[in-house]
Design a protein around this ligand. Structure first.
Ligand SMILES: Nc1ncnc2c1ncn2[C@@H]1O[C@H](COP(=O)(O)OP(=O)(O)OP(=O)(O)O)[C@@H](O)[C@H]1O
Length: 256
């Protein structure tokens, strides 16, 4: 599960994330949405323990992020939007490496299945530098799936994927959640978020504008015909409200 309480992140004097709280249980999929610069990546990186939070209490997969970093790494996978790969390793060697360091039983069999599922099997012996952007993304996702993490943080994972790749990814996320994983999926593709997410985390200018299940958001904005319209309602305003880093632009409650 993920418990994010009062997360704050300052980059020098810039308040990138301001007092953000939400929680997700096993089996839940949170769609993390918001305009460019809203603080989504910063939030994910803090939850993954990649950068230190300035303030807040974060528990992910049963680990306190601030103190249980090593154990957290065993239980969590974070896939950034531009995944760093090892230039000297092939696709198959990436899977072999992850399988070994995480001590995955039967990792060779699982690797073959994952690479086939994500249509990378014919690239098993290809070097990472020869992969297209979408293939790099798929390989990072396969590496993340290989050790069956309890928590998956996926930052704009659809970027660069072709339509079958997107479908495959979304189906696999739902399957993982059904087996008890907790997932956060950051994306600007609202229709896809709507398809798979049980919960929504809407951020704007570092603040939480909405947290709750998808149905609640629909009830909040009954005039909205789809998630996109509810999203615009929840993040509306730039020209009608006073821009303030410290005040939510929309009075949407963050419920936990
Ligand atoms: N390393 C950094 N140093 C200083 N400021 C940063 C740093 N990383 C991000 N920021 C700033 O923090 C804010 C939040 O950035 P973040 O990358 O978390 O946004 P985002 O919601 O993921 O945006 P996008 O949708 O464009 O990916 C932005 O104003 C950004 O300029």
């Amino acid at each position: 599960m993920i418990q994010c309480h009062g997360l704050q992140k300052l980059y020098e004097s810039h308040l990138a994330v301001n007092n953000v709280s939400f929680s997700l249980q096993p089996g839940q999929i949170g769609g993390l949405v918001g305009p460019n610069g809203a603080g989504k990546t910063t939030t994910l990186r803090c939850l993954a323990g990649l950068i230190p939070a300035t303030a807040g209490d974060l528990t992910v997969a049963g680990c306190r992020v601030q103190t249980d970093l090593i154990e957290l790494k065993r239980r969590l996978a974070y896939v950034p939007d531009d995944p760093p790969l090892f230039d000297d390793l092939s696709v198959g060697q990436h899977m072999e490496f992850i399988g070994r360091i995480y001590g995955v039983e039967n990792h060779q069999r699982k690797s073959v299945d994952l690479l086939e599922r994500f249509e990378l099997a014919d690239k098993t012996h290809a070097g990472a530098t020869t992969l297209s952007r979408g293939m790099r993304q798929k390989l990072a996702i396969c590496c993340a799936y290989l050790f069956d993490p309890q928590v998956l943080l996926l930052d704009e994972p659809m970027t660069g994927l072709d339509p079958p790749g997107i479908r495959c990814l979304l189906e696999s996320i739902v399957e993982r959640a059904k087996t008890g994983a907790t997932v956060i999926l950051s994306s600007h593709l609202l229709a896809m978020i709507e398809d798979v997410c049980t919960h929504l985390i809407v951020m704007q200018r570092g603040m939480l504008q909405y947290f709750g299940d998808v149905e609640q958001l629909r009830h909040r904005y009954p005039e909205a015909r789809n998630l996109e319209q509810a999203y615009f309602a929840a993040t509306r305003s730039d020209d009608t409200q006073t821009a303030s880093q410290n005040q939510p632009l929309s009075p949407v409650p963050a419920t936990i």
